[in-house]
Design a protein around this ligand. Structure first.
Ligand SMILES: Cc1ncc(COP(=O)(O)O)c(C=O)c1O
Length: 375
């Protein structure tokens, strides 16, 4: 059985453009970007070119980009950095129940240090109500953190509306855009955010690299203290090798036109229609019907267990919406927060398509459903 990869939300293949950008940094370009000599200059130039490429995709100034080790670090930097810098002003942070652990766990850590966190609910489609953000704000609110698009169900949050509320109150807004950058437009001015996290390996750069957009003038406490790298915002010699790959991946994504997003949406919906044809009313969509990432299809097969279903789809890589703890299947916190009943949620499978997914592959998966699942 030939492998079919439908787990792009977990990680993507590295784009050839990103791999090509890295190659010279595995051999001839070994200088430290902080060094004052020729070797340092070459590394520095490459690093600053990459910073410009990331900034161009997010539509911000290059100096507003801080390179990180990935989405997790960017989120930790935004959340802990805001708390440590602003705790004289207050200790209240607003976030949502459907965030990735890379947001929820820093929040839980800060609770141990005295922070008060509001975890906002979502509706049945996974959407946050901006009015709930407004109501949750207190005089002590120092940060609002709402993800741009959800990793499990793909629901896109109304960030620009939330930003209008936080701006009125002068509260910084962070968005975890790990899943949206490279898939849909994620321009910081259009979104109105002050902080935005990028995860390289979700947009065809390697794992272990990412970036934090940090609006000029906003002071955060760094996570890493040391020498003055990244304008004092993240100490440690920059990972030029990975940063140039992230830059190349961002440039590739910036060149993507609406037509590529339309191709993915069409392919995803073709897949969905094919499954509906096979399973009828036993199939339920998890996530928002329209305000959703173009590549993400999270569906529940009523009365079935997602992991068992995936096992039957030999060679197909996708994710389930549940975890197995000591033999017991548990609903994911995201589906739980959306109010998906257990009988439906346990049968959830997330298929996430990407740049190299073909119609032929989707047809093969549909055929497998027919021969291996419905037999
Ligand atoms: C929404 C979201 N945030 C953050 C992360 C973490 O990013 P990284 O793997 O680069 O640390 C992920 C990765 O799965 C994610 O989906």
């Amino acid at each position: 059985m030939k492998h079919i990869y439908l787990d792009y939300n977990a990680s993507t293949p590295i784009a050839p453009e990103a791999a090509d950008a890295m190659r010279p940094f595995l051999s001839e370009h070994y200088g430290n970007p902080s060094s004052r000599h020729w070797a340092g200059a070459a590394a520095r130039q490459a690093l600053e070119k990459a910073r410009g490429q990331v900034a161009a995709l997010l539509d911000c100034a290059p100096q507003e980009i801080v390179f990180t080790s990935g989405g997790t670090e960017a989120n930790n930097h935004a959340i802990k950095g805001a708390f440590f810098a602003l705790r004289q002003r207050g200790k209240h942070i607003i976030t949502t129940q459907v965030e990735h652990p890379a947001v929820l766990e820093p929040c839980r850590f800060l609770e141990r240090l005295g922070a008060e966190i509001t975890y906002l609910p979502v509706d049945r489609t996974g959407m946050v109500n901006p009015e709930d953000v407004r109501k949750a704000i207190t005089p002590g609110t120092i940060l609002v953190s709402v993800m741009h698009a959800n990793n499990e169900v793909g629901t896109i949050q109304p960030i620009a509306e939330i930003a209008r509320i936080t701006r009125e109150r002068g509260i910084p807004l962070h968005t975890d855009a790990a899943q949206s950058v490279g898939k849909i437009p994620a321009k910081v001015a259009e979104l109105g955010v002050d902080l935005l996290s990028v995860a390289g390996h979700k947009l065809c750069a390697p794992k272990g690299v990412g970036a934090l957009y940090l609006r000029g003038g906003l002071q955060l406490e760094p996570l890493m203290h040391g020498a003055g790298h990244e304008a004092g915002r993240r100490a440690g010699t920059e990972n030029v090798l990975l940063d140039v790959a992230l830059g190349a991946a961002c440039e590739l994504a910036a060149g993507d036109r609406e037509s590529r997003r339309a191709r993915l949406t069409e392919l995803r919906d073709y897949f969905h229609a094919g499954m509906k044809h096979l399973f009828g009313a036993a199939l339920a969509l998890n996530g928002h019907p329209t305000m959703r990432l173009p590549n993400t299809l999270n569906v529940s097969f009523a009365g079935r267990v997602g992991s068992e279903l995936l096992e039957a789809l030999d060679g197909v890589a996708a994710s389930t919406g549940s975890a197995c703890h000591s033999g017991r299947h548990e609903l994911s916190p995201v589906l739980k927060a959306m109010g998906v009943p257990e009988a439906i949620g346990l049968g959830a499978v997330r298929f996430s398509l990407g740049r190299w997914t073909t119609t032929e592959e989707i047809d093969r998966v549909l055929a497998l459903f027919q021969t291996q699942v419905l037999k």
